[in-house]
Ligand binder design. Structure first.
Ligand code: SF4
Length: 379
């Protein structure tokens, strides 16, 4: 990318700021979203990505569990939730059923269990505490990344506790970090329309702030490609950046593509691949204080996730193994990938695979699982 091209696009000042380590502004972010040349944005984002991580691309060996899809909220974009326990396709796993999913994987060198659920109106708080204790009893060393800030707010309101009390009790039972789900788009205009009956942006951010103060690390997501404007995307990024300035507790930012199948926003098209690449790139450029931008392959599609590794992303999430939220919304990605398959995809994209744990400590993968040849997708 030469200087004349950046100048012709009106991005020479943005490039100069990045060179000088000067933070990009709201207006810069809006211009990056509006720029007609996606590849110029990607080129800038890739420079920032490589400054931080070189060719390294992170993944982990994780297991995703969704213990119930019964949910009192009515988010228009959601294809996963069922309102009442008796509804067709509603399910709530018993604790033993949840724990069995981990027991069945005794031979896998898992480092993380990621749990998110619907907001079930009738389960006791002890269900969640016992779930954490049970998972830790089976695999004491495993990292439990469980419950979005929206779930934490729901627990507090349902069981009559403060957000901090909820977090403290969950931590005492084994909680290690919070995932980033539930952020959607922070702007009030959008939340009123698509997810009016769950925790608002201030509560979401406040719960992450409290979690960081208590010593937990967290992630933040952004659901893009529906009714949000570019200005609202930039606002979302800046609120994320401000939280990180304050606490330093965020590990990764995860753009999540809206999927239109089987939900109340099905008349909208899914975001295009170029939109997905642009969102990852602009996130990398705006979030100068967040270490990792994740291309969650379940949400982007595998091939687009590979390309995103040249558009600002440095992480692909992990093996996942069980995922319902995106697959009920029409995702055609595999349900799981082996670590060998993930490593192969990263290498095929021209990047260097690095296995990490949830806290981004690099770990040596089990030799038997890292043959980079194309292998079966399931362990
Ligand atoms: S997105 Fe989450 S809170 Fe909203 S309806 Fe779906 S499961 Fe419930």
């Amino acid at each position: 990318m030469n200087a004349a091209r950046l100048q012709a696009l009106g991005l020479d000042d943005v490039a100069a700021k990045l060179d000088a380590g000067v933070r990009l502004s709201f207006d810069d972010g809006v211009r990056l979203f509006a720029c007609p040349d996606l590849h110029a944005i990607g080129w800038l984002a890739n420079r920032e990505r490589e400054k931080r991580h070189g060719a390294k691309t992170y993944y982990n060996f994780n297991l995703r569990l969704e213990a119930t899809n019964v949910c009192t909220a009515s988010c228009l974009f959601c294809s996963f939730a069922r309102l009442r326990p008796g509804d067709p396709e509603a399910y709530t796993l018993s604790l033993d059923q949840v724990l069995d999913k981990l027991r069945q994987r005794a031979s896998q060198p898992l480092t993380e269990v990621h749990v998110v659920n619907g907001l079930h109106p009738d389960l006791p708080f002890s269900y969640y505490l016992d779930l954490l204790r049970g998972l830790k009893a089976i695999r004491p060393g495993i990292h439990l990344k469980c419950f979005t800030a929206v779930e934490i707010a729901f627990f507090a309101d349902t069981y009559g506790m403060s957000d901090e009390q909820v977090l403290r009790e969950l931590m005492a039972a084994g909680l290690d970090s919070l995932p980033g789900g539930g952020a959607e788009i922070f702007a009030e205009r959008v939340r009123r329309k698509i997810c009016h009956d769950k925790a608002d942006a201030d509560r979401y951010l406040s719960i992450h702030r409290t979690a960081h103060r208590l010593g937990l690390r967290t992630n933040v997501t952004m659901l893009y490609g529906h009714i949000e404007t570019n200005e609202e995307r930039v606002d979302h990024l800046l609120r994320t950046r401000a939280l990180q300035d304050e606490t330093g507790g965020l590990q990764a930012f995860i753009p999540l593509a809206f999927h239109p199948d089987h939900n109340q926003m099905r008349k909208l098209p899914a975001p295009s691949a170029s939109e997905t690449l642009r969102v990852h790139a602009v996130a990398r450029l705006m979030l100068d204080n967040v270490a990792h931008i994740k291309a969650f392959w379940i949400a982007t599609g595998v091939e687009v996730a590979q390309i995103a590794l040249w558009y600002g992303a440095d992480d692909l999430d992990g093996t996942v193994q069980e995922e319902k939220i995106y697959h009920m919304a029409g995702s055609r990605t595999p349900l799981t990938m082996t670590t060998a398959a993930i490593r192969g995809l990263i290498r095929a994209a021209g990047r260097e695979p690095v296995e990490r744990d949830t806290l981004y400590n690099v770990i040596e993968p089990a030799a038997a699982l890292v043959a980079d040849a194309a292998g079966p997708l399931i362990h």
